[in-house]
Design a protein around this ligand. Structure first.
Ligand code: BGC
Length: 243
């Protein structure tokens, strides 16, 4: 079965048709810069543009950078506040004329990794952290997702973890990889004390630079790198979009 997977990010909105049995992109992904300000209407228009680019009239799954309950957006850390309370699934259905399901972006990446990537067959508690503009998390127990964990926003030392330890923080604060890894390590250690994961999977934009920071991490849990790197968001969104 083919589902169009779309990943809405802070800087780009990317999509591609996905073979959801194989977990593979069927074509090159198509990317459009995220319109600014990232309000509902312009984003919905962009999502529709991506569907149109692929002449799509089938099911669509969208990964969205916020907590999403039954299609309704509940938080807005890296998107416009106007999203809060918006039924994103309904809005995207309207602009694309296709059946659409919407899921948190980190949960989407987690689904992809648990189904086809580093988490395949992993039992126990698995924590996936996506490192990008935000810090996204997804948690699985024996392969079952606990949706919408917003663990990028736990407070450490009185500060939002994402503000201190995301990839955006590394860039904003002009940190070396080692300096940033120290912060990220404190973040992971804090999560470990709260969740006791058996495995941590690191994904998101910087996961393909893992050799620059993973050697500085001192976690108790095993660490694996997401196998589909940046494509996990699109593949996982497509999995969530299955009718
Ligand atoms: C949002 C999460 C999202 C993460 C990654 C955070 O700021 O609160 O919902 O998963 O960024 O995009």
């Amino acid at each position: 079965m083919q589902v169009l997977g779309i990943d809405v990010g802070g800087s780009g909105i990317k999509g591609a048709p996905v073979d959801v049995e194989k977990g593979e992109l069927l074509t090159e992904r198509y990317r459009i810069p995220t319109p600014q300000p990232a309000k509902p209407k312009p984003i919905a228009k962009t999502v529709a543009e991506i569907a149109k680019y692929f002449n799509w009239d089938g099911p669509i799954g969208v990964g969205f950078p916020a907590a999403v309950q039954q299609g309704v957006v509940r938080t807005a850390a890296n998107i416009h506040g106007k999203w809060i309370g918006t039924n994103a699934a309904k809005l995207f259905r309207k602009t694309t004329n296709c059946p659409v399901k919407v899921i948190n972006d980190a949960d989407a990446a987690g689904l992809a990794e648990m189904t086809f990537g580093a988490g395949q067959g992993k039992m126990g508690v698995v924590l996936l952290v996506t490192i990008g503009t935000g810090l996204g998390t997804s948690v699985f127990t024996n392969g079952i997702l606990l949706p919408n964990t917003e663990l990028g926003h736990i407070e450490i030392g009185g500060e939002d973890a994402e503000t201190n330890a995301s990839d955006a923080a590394r860039k904003n604060d002009d940190l070396s990889w080692k300096e940033w890894a120290k912060r990220f390590d404190i973040y992971l250690n804090t999560l470990e004390k709260l969740l006791w994961p058996d495995l941590i999977i690191l994904g998101g934009g910087v996961s393909n630079k893992h050799e620059k920071f993973v050697p500085y991490l001192n976690t108790n849990s095993e660490i694996l790198i997401a196998e589909s790197f940046n494509e996990a968001g699109i593949i996982g969104a497509a999995l969530a979009g299955r009718p």
